[in-house]
Design a protein around this ligand. Structure first.
Ligand SMILES: [Zn+2]
Length: 445
């Protein structure tokens, strides 16, 4: 019986084992990890130099003066399909314009599934947007369990955190009330600052204590949104200027340590008049306003070009872009977004039978040859022509192409889903189960 189990184990593990070979072909700089920073309810209309925020009555709202929120590659025209917190967060992490909170829980639906499959840990610090399926995608998350700025209650949910992160988050959970002994706009800013400082502490801890562990840190700060709803237009703009000041240390940490930084929002905010004391984004009169739909997107990464990106983009483009910058394949099952070309090289992602020899050629010159179930050829100059070959017993694949962006190939046999090895494993499992039932019956009798 023991022997059967060992054979079974061997068959199953060798069958499901999926290894990734990453080959970086040129001396390119790549990000080790990434921060996805979501400012809840932050409309780009209120600070982008190209845009002008208007109230519902047509009056112009004075913009925030900022200097730290327009870094790297900045996309001018990008909008959320649905300016509602849970839905927009779902769009951000799935790349699916029709996503909702339920889809986030499906297998291979999110950026977190792809990062996890490629050895990253997923960490989150979220004041809003942290619904159940979002939390469950994380190895560890600290999140606001209530919406109170007076008595904030932070909670930690943890599955398999890197050593020390739980204790660090606990320390920051206990610090939250001390941030809040302020009033008015300052209290709202302090709530944001707690989120930023906690995120920064997590990143610095990872760099110091787990330098080889790649991570994706998702951050949401909630008080720009709360301020827009509860305080009105004037204070909303003040909160953006405070964010500009408080965000800078996290930006510095990312930029000093080759960590990719994606700065965005779930949705924007609209006001009835320029001195309105309440705002909104999802109610009937606000939902289709540009001020509710336009979101910022600024990206900083050692492999991304800097500058302003014109053209029309959508919130669902963010997930594929983030994966591209991290040189990860766009395996998002429901995504309809397309990667924005910000990377200064291209990468090729190949899925193949691990028995195949996969080689990459440039004008008759072999650049690389490898065998694995997943291969990533990174660092290829753009706009050059390549040939990709995969050879196995009896099968040969060949593809010629010019690279203007990342490309994916699947050289797996269509009928390899259930090969003889899988069938043998299934028969073995049945034998063991039936045998087990038989043994149990005999013991009972
Ligand atoms: Zn929101």
């Amino acid at each position: 019986m023991k022997k059967v189990f060992i054979i079974l184990l061997l068959l199953l593990t060798s069958n499901t084992a999926s290894a990734v070979s990453e080959i970086t072909l040129n001396d390119v700089k790549k990000p080790q990890s990434a921060i996805l920073f979501i400012v809840d309810g932050f409309g780009s209309s209120y600070y982008y130099p190209e845009l002008l925020p208007l109230a519902l009555d047509g009056s112009e709202i004075p913009k925030a003066r900022t200097q730290n929120l327009s870094f790297g590659a900045r996309v001018i025209n990008i909008k959320t399909p649905t300016p509602v917190t849970g839905i927009a967060h779902s769009v951000i992490v799935t790349g699916d314009s029709k996503a909702n909170e339920e889809i986030v829980g499906y297998p291979d639906a999110t950026i977190f599934d792809v990062t996890r499959n490629h050895g990253f840990v997923n960490i989150a610090v979220m004041e809003k947007g942290d619904f159940k399926n979002m939390r469950e995608e994380q190895d560890i998350i600290i999140f606001a369990a209530n919406n109170s700025l007076d008595k904030p209650l932070m909670s930690i949910q943890s599955k398999s955190p890197p050593t020390g992160i739980y204790d660090l988050m606990y320390e920051w959970k206990m610090k939250a009330p001390s941030y809040m002994n302020k009033s008015g706009v300052d209290k709202y800013s302090a709530y944001n600052k707690w989120g930023i400082d906690t995120a920064n502490a997590v990143v610095e801890f990872m760099i110091k204590n787990h330098p080889d562990q790649r991570f994706l840190l998702t951050v949401n700060i909630g008080a720009i949104d709360a301020g827009g709803h509860n305080l009105g237009a004037e204070d909303y703009v003040q909160l953006i200027e405070d964010l500009d000041r408080d965000f800078y240390p996290l930006y510095t940490t990312a930029s000093d340590n080759d960590i990719a930084l994606f700065f965005t929002a779930d949705h924007g905010m609209s006001f009835a008049t320029k001195d309105a004391h309440r705002g909104g984004h999802s109610g009937d009169k606000y939902v289709s306003r540009q001020e509710s739909l336009r979101i910022p997107l600024a990206m900083l990464s050692p492999n991304a070009a800097s500058g302003v990106i014109s053209g029309e983009y959508r919130q669902e483009d963010l997930a594929p872009t983030l994966l591209s910058v991290l040189d990860l394949p766009d395996n998002l099952q429901y995504a309809d977004g397309k990667a924005i070309n910000v990377k200064n090289y291209a990468s090729i992602f190949v899925k193949a039978d691990s028995k195949y020899t996969v080689s990459l050629w440039d004008n008759g010159r072999k650049l690389s040859e490898n065998s694995d179930s997943e291969l990533i050829f990174a660092g290829l100059p753009l706009n050059a022509s390549y040939t990709l070959k995969a050879k196995g017993s009896g099968s040969t694949f060949e593809a010629q192409f010019s690279l203007d962006s990342d490309k994916q190939f699947n050289f797996k046999n269509a009928n390899s889903g259930l090969n003889t090895r899988s069938i043998a494993a299934i028969i073995m499992i049945l034998v063991v189960i039936i045998g087990g039932i038989f043994v149990i019956r005999r013991i009972r009798d």
